[in-house]
Design a binder for this molecule. Structure first.
Ligand code: DX5
Ligand code: ZN
Length: 219
């Protein structure tokens, strides 16, 4: 089994000292930077926008995995590219014209993903799965870091693995929310390719060592 891609969520980092927080990306084996954008409309919280993201972009060369928890994401794709996105995931619940939005992301030269809420059935992905690079499977209700993992997620991963085979899709499966060192192994064994972890990395005494533990989990 391949090692997972580890994407620390900077939502849980210290915003008063981003430079120090971002040392994690130089000093650990973490692969991606998971950037959570919240608009106070799609989700009941507001995180940060382009100016902060542009500052983050200057602090590391690592791959920016941008998770848009916003309504009408298609209006801002160009701006997210300018702010440094390598990959943009939009919520299926926020996109009535999802196929067009995915095309727009690809036309910008970025990887494109679809994020899906805990209550949204996997089957809804059938006609988009072959066109996307990643599914961001929410294992908490989006909006906040530090929430508890929803156990039903394992079943959804199993369903997604089957649907990916059926549709000949290459999309990665990313798990976002409540991921810890205790559930990481089972998530990988069930089919997760990418693990997002915010509080389980940044809220520990030694985030570098913790990120490395996630990367080298015994599978
Ligand atoms: C939740 C965000 C997550 C969050 C994860 O809305 O999409 O990426 O930062 O944080 P933890 O790992 O603390 O659940
Ligand atoms: Zn996220």
């Amino acid at each position: 089994m391949a090692k997972p891609i580890i994407a620390p969520s900077v939502l849980s980092s210290d915003f008063s000292d981003l430079k120090s927080s971002f040392r994690l990306f130089h000093e650990s084996e973490a692969d991606w930077v998971h950037v959570d954008i919240m608009d106070g409309r799609f989700v009941p919280n507001i995180s940060f926008g382009f100016p902060v993201m542009s500052v983050m972009r200057k602090l590391t060369d690592k791959f920016f995995d941008v998770h848009l928890m916003i309504v009408e994401p298609e209006k801002y794709l160009d701006e997210f590219k300018k702010a440094g996105a390598d990959q943009v995931s939009v919520h299926i619940e926020a996109c009535p014209h999802l196929h067009r939005t995915i095309e727009q992301i690809h036309h910008l030269g970025l990887k494109a993903g679809v994020a899906i809420n805990p209550h949204t059935p996997i089957a809804i992905l059938e006609d988009i799965l072959a066109d996307i690079d990643i599914v961001c499977l929410m294992s908490v209700n989006p909006g906040f870091g530090g929430q508890s993992f929803i156990e039903h997620t394992y079943q959804k991963i199993e369903q997604l693995v089957k649907l990916r085979d059926k549709t000949h899709s290459q999309a990665l499966i990313e798990i976002d929310g409540g991921v810890t060192l205790s559930n990481a192994k089972k998530l990988i064994e069930t089919g997760a390719d990418v693990l997002v972890a915010g509080s389980a990395i940044f809220k520990t005494d030694d985030p570098v060592a913790t990120a490395n533990k996630f990367k080298n989990i015994d599978i």
